[in-house]
Design a protein around this ligand. Structure first.
Ligand code: CA
Ligand code: CA
Length: 447
């Protein structure tokens, strides 16, 4: 009871005044600075490493925009979606209302059929590549080529390319749906206060050798960070919205997966801070590093900080890490049911996760040893975890010990580094559920 009351007081304090939250994990930005001009606070995670993350804060007045639709967003990002990734002019873009990636030239929504290549026929695709007919080898030939061309059509339409030195801010209620915000080579970029939903792929690929029985895979994340350094992703919400995986059909005995990542950070990206976001109702949530190949350029990079995020009813990759030194502190995880849940922390090749003071709410039947999964890694540092299991009381827990008790070989307990870039103090774990639940996600910062 006393703990509850303390947490409530802390949470109320945190809500009452952003600049007064020093005790709760750091002073935030001064409210007198317009949101678009705010920069990542000093020491606030890996994105604060030199030269820091300022986004488009230095934009001249003519490079401050309010956009209401896809065309307006592309215009603000430089004018041409095919070349906008190279536009490094400092720019501040406020998003108003809902922008849908399927908006056509006249603003009406295109359908998947509109984006399909003339040679693509899904019924024929199913008939041709059925493992019972085609065998368990990768699809090839004219139909698969037509599918690939269709994906390219969709990429040109629903992938919105962002260049360096950009700040994108959602105004109250702003939503990006049916699109991928692509930060590829977008050094020094800030994305805040947006609600992302349902970046669905119209043309999923059948991958017959992915897993024991094959899988349907999609290409479009809600947000992708590639070849980008110094990126701050703050106070956004990510979910599948009104298009949940559970509504998709089954083909070849496998769910037709039209979604890929919520926020994937890959291809030599580095120095990223992911703070106060809310990830809910989604499967593959956050991939940090997409290949085990050390020649990828990823070793020594993929350094990411995750703090004060909510992971609610998401099934895997929370995150899955390769190579990177990844600091995961003060996050709230809610796994209400074992149905579909795969794992939270993916310990991949040469990964170095440092997890501190995270809080897990595990529903009945969710075994603590399933929180960690070994994807070819060897170590994870874990400190200060608390778990509330079922209807039990919240209590300190050691998820690594739980993992090691039922798996061999064991994972080591020392990832070999300690985070230095943290802004303010780390919350006591017992306070995480109330404080983080109140502060994380879009619609929680002062506009
Ligand atoms: Ca992805
Ligand atoms: Ca063991």
């Amino acid at each position: 009871m006393r703990l509850h009351r303390l947490a409530a007081v802390l949470a109320a304090l945190a809500l009452a005044a952003a600049p007064a939250t020093a005790a709760l994990g750091g002073e935030r930005n001064d409210r007198r600075v317009p949101l678009g001009r705010q920069v990542l606070p000093a020491s606030d995670g890996w994105a604060a490493a030199a030269p820091g993350t300022t986004g488009g804060s230095a934009a001249s007045k003519e490079n401050v925009f309010v956009v209401h639709d896809r065309a307006g967003l592309i215009a603000a990002l430089g004018g041409d979606n095919a070349t906008n990734k190279n536009n490094s002019t400092p720019k501040i873009i406020y998003v108003s209302g809902t922008i849908n990636g399927f908006e056509g030239p006249d603003g009406s929504l295109l359908t998947c059929d509109d984006l399909a290549d003339p040679e693509y026929d899904f019924a024929a695709y199913l008939a041709t590549y059925d493992p019972a007919v085609w065998g368990r080898v990768a699809p090839s030939g004219p139909l698969e080529q037509a599918r690939v061309r269709s994906v390219q059509n969709q990429t040109r339409q629903t992938q919105i390319n962002v260049g360096p030195n950009t700040t994108i801010i959602g105004l109250r209620g702003a939503k990006l749906t049916g699109l991928t915000l692509m930060l590829d080579g977008a050094n020094n970029t800030i994305v805040r206060n947006l609600t992302f939903t349902d970046a669905h792929d119209c043309f999923p690929a059948w991958s017959p050798t992915d897993g024991a029985t094959g899988s349907w895979n999609s290409q479009f994340d809600m947000m992708s960070v590639r070849r980008s350094t110094n990126v701050w992703v703050d106070h956004n919400s990510f979910s599948d919205g009104d298009n949940p995986d559970s509504a998709q059909p089954i083909y070849f005995g496998r769910p037709y997966q039209v979604h890929d990542g919520a926020l994937d950070i890959t291809h030599t990206s580095d120095l990223v801070t992911v703070s106060y976001n809310r990830f809910s109702h989604h499967d593959k949530t956050m991939l940090i590093g997409s290949t085990d190949n050390p020649a990828s350029g990823d070793p020594g990079r993929l350094r990411v900080t995750l703090h004060h995020n909510v992971f609610d009813t998401v099934l895997q990759r929370l995150p899955r890490v390769r190579f990177g030194q990844v600091d995961i502190y003060n996050n709230l995880y809610r796994v209400p049911s074992p149905d579909g849940f795969s794992y939270a922390w993916g310990v991949g090749v040469q990964s170095a996760i440092y997890a501190e003071n995270n809080f897990f709410v595990l529903g009945a039947g969710v075994a603590p040893d399933t929180v960690i999964h070994d994807w070819g890694g060897t170590v994870i540092t874990e400190r200060g975890t608390w778990v509330r299991a079922g209807r039990g009381l919240a209590r300190p827990a050691n998820l690594l010990a739980a993992y090691n008790a039922v798996n061999d070989p064991d994972l080591g307990a020392d990832a070999g580094w300690s985070p230095v870039l943290r802004h303010g103090s780390v919350l006591p774990t017992w306070a995480v559920p109330l404080v983080v639940d109140l502060l994380a996600g879009a619609g929680k910062i002062h506009i």
